[in-house]
Design a protein around this ligand. Structure first.
Ligand code: BGC
Length: 270
């Protein structure tokens, strides 16, 4: 990895949905940059444990915490556990998210509520808890020039409409205004709030879109850079965005998408 080692030394981070996919890559990147990392998972402790073992073998510090981020009491219990073990929080990465796809006319209220509950309400609940601690503690200049950093993992679908995924696209569009409104409100307290909007990244959530050569060829027509992203592409940006090297960035969305948001259909027409 190219960013300097120990950029996040002494900092305590929580990554929701940190036991697989993009979340796992973020956990590993933050740990590599010197942060102590709490890995939140919902239902696969064995994945979280494997990551813990790797981080500890690398002389890093990590813990795993089970919680459903859409439930207020579980989120509060997760933060309490983190404070008990790590004392405080410096970096929150709101990452836990899912898709429940359906044609709009067939989309059930349950599919809608599940996606909004985790992708949007979950981000709200975790951001609010972290922000309370940032405000309570304030800036510790030997740790970071910010009182705290919140990173929202959004999606290109915060700007690209997505037929068949109305619940998901609505949750990601909502994240954009939640992130910017919190950033506006908390910037005076030296809290930085930003988003990373990944494009197509090779994880289980979109496996059918890249796991066969035919599917991948079709997907690449949407990506000017002609490469499907890897989870590490996001991990590296998250570590940098959590560090003081990005100290003047606040309320921004960084698209990490190989150009997917550049309207590739217009490359030769229009
Ligand atoms: C979705 C993926 C999709 C990608 C690009 C992501 O937010 O979770 O399923 O491949 O956007 O469309």
């Amino acid at each position: 990895m190219s960013f300097s080692l120990y950029l996040l030394k002494g900092q305590k981070a929580l990554v929701t949905g940190g036991s697989s996919g993009i979340g796992e890559a973020i956990v590993r990147a933050l740990a590599k940059a010197g942060a102590s990392v709490a890995i939140n998972y919902h239902s696969h402790p064995e994945n979280a444990d494997n990551i813990l073992d790797d981080i500890k073998a690398d002389k890093g510090e990590a813990i795993a915490i089970q919680a459903d981020v859409s439930k207020e009491d579980e989120v509060q219990a997760m933060f309490s556990q983190m404070y008990k073990q790590f004392g405080t929080i410096d970096i929150l990465v709101n990452n836990a998210g899912l898709q429940k796809d359906a044609p709009f006319l067939e989309m059930t209220l349950q599919q809608w509520n599940t996606v909004i509950g985790i992708n949007l309400t979950g981000y709200f609940l975790c951001a609010r808890e972290a922000a309370k601690e940032f405000v309570r503690r304030g800036v510790k200049p030997d740790i970071s020039s910010a009182a705290g950093k919140i990173i929202f993992i959004s999606s290109v679908h915060e700007v690209i409409p997505w037929a068949g995924h109305v619940n998901y696209a609505a949750s990601k569009g909502g994240i954009n205004m939640m992130m910017r409104s919190i950033a506006q409100e908390l910037a005076p307290q030296k809290i930085r709030v930003n988003s990373i909007a990944p494009g197509a990244i090779k994880t289980d959530i979109n496996k059918s879109a890249w796991s066969t050569p035919e599917a991948e060829a079709k997907l690449l027509t949407l990506i000017p850079q002609k490469r499907v992203g890897e989870p590490e592409d996001i991990g590296k940006v998250a570590a940098w965005l959590a560090s003081d090297d990005s100290d003047y960035i606040n309320g921004a969305t960084i698209f990490v998408d190989g150009g997917m948001t550049l309207y590739p259909g217009f490359a030769t027409g229009g």
